[in-house]
Ligand binder design. Structure first.
Ligand SMILES: NC(=O)c1ccc[n+]([C@@H]2O[C@H](COP(=O)([O-])OP(=O)(O)OC[C@H]3O[C@@H](n4cnc5c(N)ncnc54)[C@H](OP(=O)(O)O)[C@@H]3O)[C@@H](O)[C@H]2O)c1
Length: 162
């Protein structure tokens, strides 16, 4: 299973239910990695999406405690067990965990690859991702050349579970 996330220098990922950065290049990367695949997100991330619509050309799976929740074009699951059962239908390589904080933490133990965009900046954040550099079972295996987007500098990174 894969995970994809953008973090700042403090591994911050969100503030007030929104993203920390608007990086068109990173959004393109996200799209290229996840199109045609299965994406798993928490209810809060789903409702923070533009237009609150499923991401096109992807199988959208949303985790929520709310048993009444029904969303057109989305598979809603209510528990971790139900999610794991649902994901058995798909090749693990084709599953991407796309956030937010609660769902990343819940699903990190099931992931073997993490695609992390590191943005060289510090933003006010109230949601964070675990610092993979401090985790013994994760190893950084790839870092891109630094990229620029407006004033921001960032790199694409791949971490693998060892
Ligand atoms: N930087 C990035 O790459 C990135 C990517 C995605 C999101 N984000 C940011 O992350 C923030 C959102 O993160 P978040 O932690 O607040 O929310 P979240 O992970 O998107 O969703 C949390 C919700 O998921 C449901 N959930 C989680 N664990 C569950 C479980 N074990 N069983 C059943 N339901 C469960 C709950 O829904 P109920 O409310 O129904 O109980 C919970 O409220 C936003 O700021 C967003 O912009 C950043």
């Amino acid at each position: 299973m894969n995970l994809i996330v953008s973090v700042d220098n403090n591994w911050g990922i969100g503030y007030e239910n929104g993203l920390l950065f608007h990086l068109p290049e990173d959004l393109k990367f996200f799209k290229s990695m996840t199109t045609g695949k299965n994406v798993v997100m928490g209810e809060k991330t789903f409702f923070s999406l533009p237009r609150q619509k499923p991401l096109p050309n992807r199988n959208n799976i949303v985790l929520s405690d709310n048993k009444e929740l029904k969303i057109d074009g989305v598979t809603v699951v209510n528990t971790l067990d139900d999610l794991l059962e649902e994901l058995k239908k798909y090749d693990a390589d084709d599953v991407f965990i796309i956030g937010g904080q609660a769902v990343y933490s819940l699903m990190l133990p099931y992931c073997s690859t993490a695609y992390v965009t590191h943005v060289d900046a510090v933003k006010k954040a109230d949601k964070f991702f675990p610092n993979l550099k401090e985790m013994k079972d994760w190893k950084l295996v790839y870092t891109s050349e630094p990229q620029n987007s407006g004033e921001l500098c960032f790199t694409y990174n791949t971490y693998k579970r060892i």
